[in-house]
Ligand binder design. Structure first.
Ligand code: ZN
Length: 255
């Protein structure tokens, strides 16, 4: 995972596999809490790291679905009262680490009022407080919540996600100038979740830089900048895929 980038107060980890998401969130917690600097070493041998990986660190709170009144059945959602409790707790100083963390293993089950309450915390997080949101379905989160978070795509096996993006980029570049191939590409790309689409743009830009030249490259880069801007405004994948597939330039120069 990204060990050199600054972790924002809100981080949204997306991917297909819950276990990988949780593992990535623990790695992030380790970066934030371990004063011995065991970054990205899953077996950092210090008390702090051992507590993190045993899920017993007192400065990490797991926020999960609660039980219904019968005390046996899990609720379908994380409800607003749980986030109100987080808000109250978040102003209390950490126990032993310099920071404290609220970790949501399934942030996509936060209901709308819970998300709105969380949004206030993401907008003005108490000092030293971090929210790690794991979501297999990030589109279930409000755009306002997503835009407050740094987004990290966690592949089942990191490289898989990466090679999928590279393959999609190569297919796009090969399809330029071929209307039918572009439509086929569009049908695939419009199904991408937003986090993957956000990941695709820089990969595509890099691939374009080695495949295209001159005016064709410049105008495609311009188009990609526009897509990034739209994604920042939470325009959906369907629209972005359509923008890319209708991109036309007379000047393809592949040599
Ligand atoms: Zn450590």
């Amino acid at each position: 995972m990204q060990s050199r980038t600054k972790i924002l107060h809100g981080s949204l980890l997306t991917g297909e596999d819950s276990d990988s998401l949780l593992a990535a969130a623990r790695d992030m917690a380790q970066q934030l809490l371990c004063s011995a600097g065991h970054r990205g070493q899953s077996y950092g041998d210090c008390r702090c790291c051992r507590k993190i990986f045993a899920d017993i660190h007192p400065d990490i709170s797991f926020i999960r679905r609660g039980y219904q009144k019968d005390g046996k059945t899990l609720r379908a959602e994380i409800v607003v009262d749980q986030i109100r409790a987080v808000a109250q707790d978040s102003v209390v100083l950490p126990n032993e680490a310099p920071r404290k963390i609220y970790l949501f293993p399934e942030a996509d089950v936060l209901n709308t009022s819970a998300q709105n309450a969380l949004l206030k915390l993401l907008e003005e997080p108490p000092e030293g407080v971090f929210f790690l949101l794991c979501a297999r379905n990030p589109d279930a989160l409000l755009p306002t919540v997503r835009s407050r978070c740094g987004i990290y795509h966690v592949g089942g096996e990191g490289e898989d996600a990466d090679s999928e993006l590279k393959a999609l980029s190569a297919e796009y570049l090969a399809a330029l100038g071929d209307e039918f191939a572009l439509l086929k590409w569009q049908a695939r790309a419009e199904k991408l979740d937003m986090a993957t689409m956000r990941g695709l743009i820089p990969v595509l830009s890099e691939a374009a830089a080695s495949a295209l030249r001159g005016k064709a490259l410049l105008s495609l880069q311009e188009q990609l900048r526009e897509c990034s801007e739209m994604l920042r405004l939470n325009v959906n994948s369907k629209h972005i895929a359509a923008m890319l597939s209708t991109y036309r330039n007379e000047d393809y120069n592949f040599d």
